[in-house]
Design a protein around this ligand. Structure first.
Ligand code: LLP
Length: 437
């Protein structure tokens, strides 16, 4: 996908850069992002909406991968930005991302976070619960300002994805339940709040979704709910936010519909529903994270130890693992990989890729066919752009890897590799010396 090729030396190249050279220059593990592919994915979402005739916002969900350079790219592509914490907000503001295009999410926004957002002039608050509704309104009225608000609803539908990333079901920590009457109550409360401008409602049914049925179902639930809201309160939404969740292909087992199909289905379903309601179309907002950055990221590792258990398995260990990609351990997520320095060679053996953490569960890939692997090879794990760097940790006091953006043969270091000093930066030596000998 994207600008990945096999170069003249039989090396994997991305964005016109030889990945073996990138590994040499920047070290490993290294996250490499194909800038052109991030832009292409963004444009596919935007173009599909433009063709639909709907008024829309495509908000990049920064949780998938957040850093200053990514927020800059999102701004350049005219995306909006979904942030879920003061940290993601701070990053966006440091990038100069326009605050009015930032949407603030989260199921437990703190007073400090809300104050920071109000100060910055964040464009929309996706209110998740009654506690936040009261808190946000108090803060807004104390500052004498009006805020744009959407209410996050839990539509009570189930989608086929890993249970940890399914969010639309009734029993969820997120949002106001539609089926239990909480959503209606929330609408009434929000309408009564003088410092709220209620833009509409938000639903997010889950992540890594492959087909459109969940979205179609959600739109149906929303339509019925909004009909009763209209009957009971006279209120009608201006904006419908359908969240993110657009799945990508990690391996051949995955078969997601194309970006265009997601957007076409959503817009057609909403148009049909709204014409039945005899109402003009609402604005549609979506929040893709993975769909924009997932396939644009590749992680480069150096191969170190290789352990052969005759007749059983070969463990090929790399210099990263669950610290830079928790997804295999957390969701049994599967990935494709290749040897970047032997990209044109035939696969001759089946091996399993182990991380370097002190956990048996720190395995990146089980049973992958590769050319003869030797220590020093560069392993490229594909489609690691979403929820890799953003969920990285310092377990075992590993230093978080660097991130480079590549484009037209240029490699741009956008996040430096952590240093040993970074690891102890917040450590303090004991101030009270023990007198026990
Ligand atoms: N909007 C909301 C309200 C969300 O909760 C999420 C993801 C998104 C948008 C973006 O979803 P995406 O388009 O990236 O699927 N760590 C997990 C994914 C958790 C997603 C949480 N919310 C993973 O690695 O698969």
């Amino acid at each position: 996908t994207g600008t990945s090729h096999i170069g003249s030396q039989g090396h994997l190249t991305i964005g016109g850069c030889d990945t073996v050279e990138l590994a040499k220059t920047f070290g490993t593990p290294l996250y490499v992002y194909d800038e052109a592919l991030i832009r292409e994915n963004s444009r596919r979402f935007v173009k599909s909406f433009e063709q639909s005739g709907f008024t829309f916002q495509v908000a990049y969900a920064s949780k998938a991968f957040s850093c200053i350079a990514m927020a800059q790219l999102a701004a350049e592509e005219n995306l909006s930005l979904d942030v879920v914490s003061s940290g993601e907000l701070y990053t966006a503001l440091q990038a100069g991302f326009p605050a009015e295009r930032i949407h603030f999410h989260g199921n437990n926004k703190s007073e400090e976070e809300l104050r920071m957002a109000l100060e910055a002039g964040v464009g929309c608050y996706v209110v998740d619960n009654f506690y936040e509704m009261a808190l946000l309104h108090d803060l807004a009225s104390a500052s004498g300002i009006q805020v744009n608000v959407m209410l996050r609803l839990t539509p009570g539908i189930e989608v086929h994805t890993h249970e940890y990333i399914a969010t639309g079901q009734e029993d969820s920590k997120f949002g106001f339940g539609v089926t239990d009457g909480q959503a209606m109550l929330a609408i009434r409360q929000a309408l009564a709040k003088t410092h709220f401008n209620l833009l509409g409602i938000h639903v997010h049914i889950g992540s890594q979704i492959f087909d459109t049925t969940g979205f179609v179902e959600a739109i149906k639930v929303i339509r019925e709910f909004l009909d009763s809201v209209r009957q009971e309160t006279g209120y009608e939404v201006k904006v419908l936010n359908l969240g993110g969740g657009f799945g990508i292909r990690y391996t051949d087992e995955d078969d997601p519909v194309e970006i265009e199909t997601f957007v076409e289905t959503i817009t057609q379903e909403v148009a049909a529903a709204w014409s039945k309601r005899n109402l003009p179309n609402p604005e549609i907002w979506i929040e893709p994270g993975r769909g924009i950055v997932g396939n644009a990221g590749t992680t480069l590792y150096s191969v170190g130890s290789i352990k052969q258990i005759p007749g059983i398995r070969t463990y090929v260990a790399v210099d990263g693992g669950m610290t830079d990609n928790i997804r295999p351990a957390l969701y049994q997520a599967k990935y494709e990989a290749l040897l970047a320095n032997k990209a044109s060679m035939e696969a001759t053996e089946t091996v399993s890729i182990a991380g370097k953490c002190c956990e048996s569960g720190d395995m990146l890939i089980w049973d992958i066919d590769l050319p003869q692997v030797t220590s020093g090879d560069i392993l490229a794990v594909l489609s690691t752009g979403a929820y890799g760097y953003s969920m990285a940790s310092n377990y075992n006091r590993l230093r978080r890897p660097a991130v480079v953006f590549v484009r037209d043969g240029i490699a741009d270091l956008v996040v430096e590799r952590e240093t040993y000093e970074d690891l102890v930066r917040h450590d303090r030596k004991r101030s009270v010396l023990s007198n026990i000998i």
